[in-house]
Design a protein around this ligand. Structure first.
Ligand code: M6P
Ligand code: ZN
Length: 186
């Protein structure tokens, strides 16, 4: 029996465990160019946590043929009318796809193709989302509790944040009459 090993990482409840787990915390202060209402952004404490990502990276970043696994936890909240959300990215190797799936809470997956056409899919516990290559992706928490979702992506995909931090998505997700709607970015 001593040739049978325990897995090096685990997924217990809502957390990833193991020694190849990378943790990232994103606070308001790290998200300067992300939210569209700059006045409301300036009124929000820079130390407020917006989201955390736990990723299991079993191979070196950039390895062709490997996979990464992550769980993202987005706090409930808004900057102005815009829901707390991730930075969002295209992949550096642009054709690489990704799976997301909802674990807890409610939210929206906001997607934008290379022609800047933007749309959204509802996220809820058990929702499953295939994100095609060449498609920018970001998630927003539209509920009153933490939104968590899983992700699996190729280990050579990389993150291209530049075009998003410069031009954003063409639409933003805001609360209007208590409901999330996608509106054109001014
Ligand atoms: C998911 C994956 C990760 C990503 C994270 C947060 O877990 O897509 O690759 O880092 O969401 O998104 P972002 O990097 O856009 O802030
Ligand atoms: Zn991605």
């Amino acid at each position: 029996m001593n040739n049978i090993l325990l897995p090096v990482a685990g997924f217990s409840g809502r957390q990833l465990t193991g020694n190849k787990i990378n943790k990232t915390v994103r606070k308001i202060g790290d998200l300067k160019t992300i939210f569209s209402d700059q006045a409301a952004y300036g009124d929000t404490s820079p130390d407020k946590i917006v989201y955390e990502v736990e990723s299991y990276l079993p191979v070196k970043e950039g390895t062709t043929g490997g996979l990464f696994f992550g769980i993202t936890f987005i706090q409930p909240g808004k900057v102005g009318d815009e829901y707390f959300m991730t930075k969002g990215h295209f992949h550096k190797i642009a054709d690489r796809a990704e799976f997301y799936w909802g674990i807890e809470g409610e939210g929206m997956l906001i997607l934008m193709d290379k022609y800047r056409k933007t749309w959204a899919e509802k996220m809820y516990p058990g929702s499953l989302h295939y994100i095609d290559g060449y498609t920018a992706h970001r998630t927003a928490n539209t509920g009153a509790s933490v939104l968590s979702f899983g992700a699996c992506w190729p280990s050579d995909a990389g993150h291209d944040y530049d075009s998003i931090s410069q031009r954003g998505f063409s639409k933003i997700l805001v609360q209007e009459n208590g409901q999330p709607i996608l509106i054109d970015r001014k």
